[in-house]
Design a protein around this ligand. Sequence first.
Ligand code: HEM
Length: 399
Amino acid sequence: MIGVADAMRMLSEAGAIIIVVANETGGISRRSLLTSGGIAALGTALAGCAPGEQVGPDRVADAVRPVAPMGEHQAGISRPAAVQPHLILGVHDVDGDPASVLARIGESIVRLTSGEHPALAGIAPGDLSMTVGVGPRLMRQVDADGPGTEPLPAFPREDVDERHRGGDLVIQVCASDPLVPALALAGVIDDVPELVERWRQCGTRGPSVEVHGTHSAPRNVLGFVDGIAAPLTDDELAESVWIRHRATAGASILVVRRMEIDLAAFRRLPVAGQEGVIGRERASSAPLSGGEIGDDVDLQAKSPDGSYMIPVDAHVRRAHPRPAGVPLMLRRSYSMDDPLGLLFVSYQAELRTFTQTMERMSESDALLDFTRTTATGTFLALPGFDAQHPLGSTIFGAS
Ligand code: HEM
């Protein structure tokens, strides 16, 4: 028999995402790990208890899918496909050697996601994922103008304290268990005292609505489904999300914006008015140009009176990638209750995908009239890592 932690590490190193069902003892044989049943048993052991604890059949309901922290890309960007409902995102400065800091963050992530870290207080990590990005100041130390070196410019409707603009390092922590993200972030901070916190934000996502096939997306605080248009296939992700540039291959550009929303003002609009602001029906999420939730919006469609069915200042028109001349970004946003609004998070291969979209929105997006952005930053979400290649080592070297 091997321990749960060892088994988890074997699967992590193989880049596996595992599906879980019940096991009576919590023990796992090396041979049974190679079978689907063995993989399932491991997942249940992780879901239901701290490492080493015995799991009984009564814990079947706790089954979750662990997310391998290692691989070509970091977890928490394109996987898991079913985005976890709870998030905490922390932005920090780094007071120390980036190579050493990142390597130790990677080690913390492996211990946290395998349930071995004391910061989790014995709570199962479940589908915990932790994604780390490095800010422009540190990226410029290794390459003056490579990916991730450009800061995010200021845009209209910002009200940002300087501590909430930019920063050296972001950690996006997501999990299904609402207790896990804050504990996991605390675990990393315990292990890496060189992290100096700037700001943090919690977020949640409601139940997902099916868009098509395996793609689903949740409603946001406005009541509209958010995250419908998204790159999903490997080819789409390769075109839109992943950087292919030398040392940063496998990385992505992360943008985060804390957007407070004047919900009372938005709600004062009749539903048809709200739908005009977004460009989709609220109940069905279908584009106002017709079709169903999974259909692309038709920006050319006109009513018999000659007006555009998607209003000229509708959010989906102003944010649409085609007129902006950019690929589709991967959005992974979370609703916030304090402050009320949206923690907008997007991943893209180039910063201009975000900036050109934001510029077009700033010209005349009706949705922006209800928003005030109070924190903002861009970071290079590092390439994936494994046991031989510590987090950040392709860029900052081994510590
Ligand atoms: C308060 C902030 C925001 C809210 C509540 C919001 C909400 C929405 C909703 C409901 C949709 C339609 C459904 C969908 O395709 O997901 C949408 C689409 C979209 N949003 Fe936002 N959004 C916000 C900010 C942003 C920002 C800052 C950007 C990027 C600069 C952005 C980029 C997009 C894009 C690219 C689409 C897809 C357009 C398409 O191809 O149909 N959004 N958003």
